[in-house]
Design a binder for this molecule. Structure first.
Ligand SMILES: *[C@@H]1O[C@H](CO)[C@@H](O)[C@H](O)[C@H]1NC(C)=O
Ligand SMILES: *[C@@H]1O[C@H](CO)[C@@H](O)[C@H](O)[C@H]1NC(C)=O
Ligand SMILES: *[C@@H]1O[C@H](CO)[C@@H](O)[C@H](O)[C@H]1NC(C)=O
Ligand SMILES: *[C@@H]1O[C@H](CO)[C@@H](O)[C@H](O)[C@H]1NC(C)=O
Ligand SMILES: *[C@@H]1O[C@H](CO)[C@@H](O)[C@H](O)[C@H]1NC(C)=O
Ligand SMILES: [Fe+2]
Length: 563
């Protein structure tokens, strides 16, 4: 069985690591980079100035006799030292055998200019032989990365965005398009290299994140569409976006439509682990045109920047068509938080040195305090609870006490549904059972410490993500969808008696095949075949959940809970 597993799996996995598709810039050996410009090679980028974020640039060169592994790296700021700074992204250029070639890149405005460098020698021993002209943006203060968040206070909405500089950042809003009767000033914050806990976040992955502006709109009328722009009178405002304010609190709210998923990330050229995320994003944007969506919840492993700051910019860029229209509520995952000796429950380096700081500044959720990323909020007939599987959740500890008190307080006449989420799963069909942070030991630990609370307080649904693999997790880490029966202590119960657990870590990260041959008795659906996302439709008496495929938008799983 084990031998067979190796035989089947290793060829493709080693291709992931050594092949041309190697994902992260970490694979580029910066310490081996040599700069030896070749005067015969000419390289240029066009256009040299971009009006807006997201425009495309063509990069062409001549005089380079391409050999296997040649690549073009995309750097920003243009004067970044390539021997100590990772590229934002890169593409192979070695199919251009005639000495000249052309590649296209889409550039996100990251508040600085860009340059393209041509490297021979592959990513193991790169030699920089030519550079393009610089590409600039007309406005480095273009307000970008717009996102909405609930604050935990009814009738409020937080709006956040990013720029380079600031004078008087603000949100203008109203209930008719183009008619902004209200305005709210934003407060501004950022984070610094010193706040990172380690590499690559404070070394080759560091990039100035710009300024984060945050404005809270308050006293909003329920069930009302608001139109808004964000920006700064000195630098300009965003395009208009709109959102539906929260429903009237309580059980009689409108039908809620909610996206839920984990482990999404972004699709950046040659950061290939989360290729599927672009499909997920596109399908959700399409859904939003047909369905009155209310809320997005992303339960951990948000951007997979893992210490490469520019990848957060790429992620916000990718999801902004969603996050400027729906409150984007997040739960922390290992790739946001974990770093040795930094206070995380698990000692891995999964956050690439960010140790939760980049995440917390970008997604200020209504948590009890700094580095205590657990919180709850009511939305219509649902009480949502988000825990951190990346912090101590032992019975009697700070987080456990908070969860117990929160669940105890829920008024089921107001919010008949409780949906509980964490990143690492409490129930999981997985072979990965070796070591402190493996799927099964963590699931057992979660059940030992928290399952009694879920049972006692009749939590209806629990969402988890993260499913990882058994053999060598760095090779086979993957995502998938799973659904349990209503289960307590490993035993199926009748509906309404126990929690239905759904693993929804399939939104972007590459798929895992790491499941045992026999499904555990509590498992109802285990689907490792396609990426996708889920939608919930909730009234006070009926909750419907649908898993949609990233491949062709068909329904892959569907179930209903009733009260
Ligand atoms: C941003 O602020 C810095 C420091 O005040 C200033 O030097 C620079 O010109 C400003 N740039 C833009 C594009 O606003
Ligand atoms: C993305 O969508 C296309 C169809 O638009 C499909 O062919 C492809 O398989 C999808 N990719 C993933 C990873 O789901
Ligand atoms: C994390 O590592 C530190 C030192 O390397 C050790 O003291 C601590 O026990 C480890 N924690 C866990 C949960 O393994
Ligand atoms: C977790 O918290 C519990 C309860 O406060 C404590 O006894 C335990 O030592 C903590 N575990 C770690 C690894 O810090
Ligand atoms: C949970 O199940 C185990 C056997 O699988 C049993 O020994 C234990 O008593 C059960 N615990 C509760 C609280 O029902
Ligand atoms: Fe994870």
């Amino acid at each position: 069985m084990v031998a067979l597993f190796y035989l089947v799996v290793l060829p493709t996995s080693s291709a992931h690591i050594h092949g041309r598709d190697a994902g992260a810039s970490t694979r580029i050996h910066l310490d081996k980079i040599v700069v030896a410009r070749d005067g015969d090679v000419r390289m240029s980028a066009w256009p040299g100035e971009l009006k807006r974020s997201g425009e495309w640039v063509s990069v062409s060169w001549s005089g380079a006799s391409a050999s296997w592994g040649d690549w073009v790296g995309v750097y920003s700021p243009a004067d970044a030292d390539v021997t100590v700074t990772a590229p934002i992204k890169y593409k192979y250029a070695d199919e251009f055998k005639d000495g000249y070639g052309k590649l296209w890149f889409r550039l996100t405005n990251m508040r600085a200019d860009y340059v393209f460098h041509y490297f021979s020698g592959g990513i193991d021993k790169p030699t920089l032989i030519a550079s393009s002209n610089r590409v600039t943006f007309a406005n480095y203060n273009e307000p970008l990365q717009g996102r909405l968040m609930l604050t935990g206070v009814p009738h409020e909405m937080r709006v956040m965005w990013t720029t380079l500089n600031t004078t008087s950042p603000q949100v203008k809003f109203g209930t008719s398009p183009g008619q902004y009767v209200g305005s709210v000033s934003a407060s501004t914050t950022t984070y610094t290299r010193d706040q990172m806990c380690g590499a690559p976040a404070n070394t080759e992955g560091w990039r100035d994140p710009g300024l984060f502006h945050s404005a809270v709109l308050s006293n909003l009328s329920p069930d009302t569409r608001y139109y808004y722009v964000y920006g700064d009178p000195a630098y300009g405002f965003s395009e208009e976006a709109s959102f539906m304010s929260a429903p009237r609190p309580g059980a009689a709210s409108r039908t809620l439509n909610i996206f839920a998923y984990g482990d999404m990330g972004k699709t950046t050229q040659h950061w290939n682990n989360e290729k599927a995320s672009i499909n997920t994003t596109r399908l959700m944007i399409k859904d939003m045109q047909a369905i009155p969506m209310d809320l997005a919840i992303h339960i951990g492993d948000i951007s997979y920047a893992v210490g490469y700051g520019a990848q957060w910019d790429e992620f916000h860029d990718q999801v902004s068509a969603i996050s400027t229209r729906l409150p984007y509520m997040t739960c922390i995952g290992n790739h946001e938080r974990d770093f040795p000796n930094s206070g995380s429950r698990f000692n891995g380096t999964d956050s690439g040195g960010e140790c939760g700081v980049a995440y917390e500044v970008r997604y200020p959720m209504p948590t009890p305090g700094r580095d205590q990323p657990w919180y709850s909020f009511d939305y219509g007939s649902v009480h949502f609870v988000f825990m951190s599987s990346e912090h101590n959740f032992t019975i009697g500890g700070t987080q456990w006490q908070w969860i117990e008190a929160d669940l105890r307080k829920v008024d089921r006449t107001k919010t008949p549904w409780i949906i509980f989420s964490g990143h690492r799963p409490m129930y999981i069909d997985s072979n990965y059972d070796k070591g402190d942070s493996a799927d099964q030991p963590v699931a057992r630990e979660l059940r030992r410490n928290l399952e009694d609370l879920l049972f006692k307080y009749r939590v209806d649904l629990a969402f988890w993500g993260h499913h990882h693999s058994s053999v060598e997790s760095c090779l086979l880490v993957g995502a998938q969808y799973q659904r349990s029966c209503p289960v307590f202590n490993g035993t199926c119960m009748s509906e309404g008696q126990a929690t239905t657990h759904v693993v929804i870590g399939m939104a972007g990260y590459r798929l895992s095949t790491d499941i045992p041959l026999t499904m555990p008795s509590w498992a109802r659906v285990v689907d490792v075949s396609e990426n996708g996302y889920t939608r919930l439709s909730v009234t006070s008496s009926r909750l419907e959940m649908t898993f949609i495929s990233d491949v062709d938008a068909r329904v892959k799983d569907h179930f209903v809970l009733t009260k």
